[in-house]
Design a binder for this molecule. Structure first.
Ligand SMILES: [Mn+2]
Length: 449
């Protein structure tokens, strides 16, 4: 029992000491991190120049693991507000190198280069800080996962740098992107229908044709794209970043590195989805080392352990027909042709496995037969394909008996017939094999009347 007063006293002394040291450090210009603070914001508000965030970072390197993720309540030392920042930095560098003359001076040089590189890159955003109102970041119409993930990633990056940027979409997102956003725990960006008069940043496209209404009357600040030079022209200052990489999200990822910040977990997953979608799971010819490295880094930040498994789920979601009617499925990738005086159509449908293919055969038989009236076609075909990993199968479904005869003539010797479907292994391409074979048969048919 007699120990209690002693421990109380000790605690009291400790509290007093802590309070005093806090006070002392407060006089030596310290700052307690508040909610929504960034190093940039603190530098802007406390030092009058956000570019000086690097000085705060250097002074507090022992406490700040990631300059883009400072903790609320953290006590940060601020540099003396002598007019010459150059001086403070030089003195600090001198003190540092005096402390450790040997190997570490090399590290200091390297870190100086890195800081300078970040500062130089950050300066390219200066003009964006002058605009009034929010800046909207959006990809092309008929948004895919790269367009959506790049918009989310770039808007999040600018936000981290203290710029008021928000992601937007120019249309409904597809099932694959829905899956990515769900995995990331992100909301679908709001729909933007008319860009007139708004501050805009375009990602993953640079064409008015692929952009929202009113884009010609928008204030376009930046274009980040991996396609060719688009039709968007502006006499205003424009940050134009075009790189020959597999996805726009990879370019955005390089911007994070340029500015020395790290995406948060949700953003990282969205951007990983972008890269995998555009590079077909890092297997497309357009895939670069940058795409692979960016994907690896983003997967790590996003806590995605198996990139291949994640891509498989993406692909399954992309080709899933959840919530679609038979007509919507039939017309989702539908094309019309003519040969030997006959008009015909081929609808391509991708599925993940044979179970799904078999389920769709009956439904597409009905849908293709029903399509003839409205489209004025003489016959219609549905081509249901399974094409991933090393599986390659095509289920060809004719609209009626005439169409069935054409299929028999064209593929009878290669196909196995199961109910209404002609099954080909390996599968075929609509453009390179299906169309020429059917056209050949129709041209050989004797013309009626
Ligand atoms: Mn893209």
């Amino acid at each position: 029992m007699h120990r209690k007063p002693l421990s109380l006293l000790l605690t009291l002394m400790l509290v007093i000491t802590m309070t005093m040291s806090a006070k002392v450090s407060a006089f030596a210009s310290s700052y307690t991190v508040q909610a929504d603070d960034t190093l940039y914001k603190i530098a802007r508000e406390q030092l009058g120049d956000e570019a000086r965030w690097i000085e705060i970072y250097k002074l507090n390197k022992d406490k700040i693991k990631n300059p883009s993720a400072i903790l609320v309540g953290q006590e940060l030392q601020l540099p003396g507000d002598s007019a010459s920042t150059e001086n403070a930095t030089t003195q600090e560098a001198k003190a540092d190198s005096a402390k450790t003359e040997s190997n570490t001076s090399k590290d200091e040089e390297a870190s100086f280069d890195r800081d300078l590189s970040i500062k130089i890159h950050l300066s390219e955003l200066d003009f964006m800080r002058q605009v009034e109102g929010p800046i909207y970041v959006a990809g092309h119409k008929s948004p895919d996962s790269d367009t959506v993930g790049s918009a989310i990633g770039y808007a999040a990056l600018l936000s981290k740098l203290g710029i008021d940027a928000k992601p937007r979409v120019f249309g409904d997102i597809n099932n694959e992107t829905k899956f990515v956003l769900q995995t990331a725990g992100l909301e679908t960006p709001e729909l933007l229908e008319d860009a007139s008069g708004l501050n805009m940043i375009l990602v993953d496209h640079g064409d008015y044709e692929q952009s929202a209404e009113g884009m010609k009357d928008a204030n376009i600040l930046a274009i980040i794209d991996h396609h060719g030079d688009g039709s968007v022209g502006t006499s205003n200052q424009l940050l134009y970043e075009a790189k020959v990489l597999g996805s726009t999200a990879t370019i955005v990822c390089t911007k994070y590195l340029d500015y020395g910040v790290e995406p948060d977990k949700k953003t990282a997953i969205a951007m990983l989805g972008s890269i995998l979608s555009d590079t077909i799971g890092l297997k497309a010819d357009t895939t670069t080392l940058a795409d692979k490295e960016a994907a690896k880094t983003l997967a790590k930040i996003g806590g995605i352990e198996d990139i291949d498994a994640f891509y498989k789920d993406l692909y399954k979601a992309l080709i899933s027909h959840d919530g679609m009617t038979d007509d919507e499925i039939f017309f989702s990738d539908y094309k019309e042709y003519e040969a030997g005086g006959k008009k015909y159509s081929i609808a391509c449908i991708n599925v993940y496995d044979e179970e799904e293919a078999k389920d769709l055969v009956k439904r597409m038989k009905t849908a293709s037969a029903a399509s003839l009236k409205g489209t004025g076609m003489d016959m219609a075909f549905a081509q249901i394909s399974i094409f991933h990993d090393d599986i390659s199968v095509a289920y060809l479904v004719p609209s009626d008996d005439t169409a069935s005869e054409v299929l028999k003539e064209a593929f009878g010797d290669k196909a196995t017939i199961e109910g209404d479907a002609y099954i080909l292994r390996p599968g075929i391409s609509r453009k390179k094999e299906m169309v020429p074979a059917i056209s050949d048969v129709l041209e050989a048919f004797p013309k009626e009347g």
